[in-house]
Design a protein around this ligand. Structure first.
Ligand SMILES: [Zn+2]
Length: 342
């Protein structure tokens, strides 16, 4: 398996985030990057560093003003002597609030919906690198059609064109899928992270050339809360090209794999030229998210089934947080995938 990464991805490592009135551990720690890198090195995959030369691909999906904001906000923030070292919003627009201000705190709230996306001095280089890992993964898939694992971190699938949310800033899988449509025409995205891919869904909501399928914890029960229901099916030219399968708390392997089969059936009917898998391991029984009960063998079986679909495939890392089992899930998925992939 060809693996794409970039060392700048580890530069973003906020250690706490303010939520529900107390400081809790920020789940997307830089250690995740090192755990994934260790596994792909131990398993002797071909590992390459992404070049950082495709900024224009990011703004094909994201609002240029939002991208410029992400790039500059930390420098703006640190000009205030009374502000701390980490950018964290404290105000957000809600229903019936439609005008973006220019003042820093107001603008910060405009581009975010929670405190889950802290910004340090290393955040921009890390998210810029993570997006380029996905972009270069797509480039490699275009040139060879052999499967590629884009070892993205920070993750991306919650990010909207102009909104950071759920530890996501730039939507890596969507940026890659957009590039892949140029070569492959129709592209399918299957998201098996435990959370609904609300950003990805929004980005391709009216697109006839991108099918989005997501298997996730019921949004009535868990983040991202405000999207991911089964009756969200796309609109306009994208109608019936959005498939959500919300599942209950503590879902084990069998119904989760059955939902992946349902998604792959949708994919086959769509007849895409390429497949993007938003690969999260936070559905695991040992993940601190704690929503589902997927086992190591469950992830291996998911890898087998995705590979058996037999499309040119880009695997894009999404969530999956710190536990002693995390690296093993990646190993199991990749080994099972390669055991099947042609
Ligand atoms: Zn997740």
């Amino acid at each position: 398996m060809l693996v794409v990464h970039h060392p700048d991805q580890a530069l973003h490592d906020p250690d706490t985030v303010f939520r529900t009135g107390k400081f809790i551990a920020q789940p997307d720690r830089a250690e995740r990057y090192r755990i994934f890198l260790d596994i792909v090195q131990q398993d002797r995959h071909e590992i390459i560093q992404a070049p950082l030369n495709r900024s224009a691909a990011i703004t094909e999906v994201h609002d240029p003003a939002y991208v410029e904001f992400l790039k500059t906000v930390h420098a703006r923030w640190t000009q205030h002597p009374d502000y701390g070292p980490v950018v964290i919003p404290n105000v957000h627009p809600t229903h019936r609030m439609y005008r973006k201000p220019t003042e820093l705190l107001g603008e910060l709230g405009w581009y975010s919906n929670s405190t889950s996306c802290p910004i340090t001095d290393g955040t921009w280089p890390a998210i810029f690198a993570s997006a380029h890992v996905a972009i270069h993964g797509a480039e490699r898939l275009v040139s060879s059609a052999a499967p590629v694992y884009a070892m993205c971190r920070p993750p991306g699938h919650h990010a909207y064109p102009d909104l950071m949310t759920g530890v996501c800033y730039l939507n890596n899988a969507s940026i890659a899928a957009q590039q892949l449509t140029k070569r492959f025409g129709k592209v399918a995205i299957v998201d098996i992270d435990v959370h609904h891919c609300n950003g990805t869904q929004f980005i391709f909501w009216e697109r006839p050339d991108v099918l989005v399928c997501s298997i996730h914890i019921d949004p009535r029960l868990s983040a991202p809360y405000y999207a991911g229901h089964a009756d969200e099916i796309g609109d306009g030219a994208g109608k019936d090209l959005n498939f959500n399968r919300p599942l209950p708390w503590a879902t084990p392997d069998a119904p989760w794999l059955a939902a992946i089969d349902e998604a792959l059936t949708k994919v086959r009917a769509f007849v895409p030229g390429a497949l993007v898998v938003s690969l999260g391991f936070d559905a695991s029984e040992h993940d601190p998210v704690g929503a589902f009960k997927i086992t190591n063998e469950g992830f291996a079986e998911a890898g087998r089934r995705v590979a058996a679909a037999n499309y040119p495939t880009l695997l894009v890392q999404e969530g999956g947080y710190l536990s002693p089992s995390l690296g093993g899930y990646l190993r199991s998925f990749l080994r099972a995938f390669e055991g099947i992939a042609s």
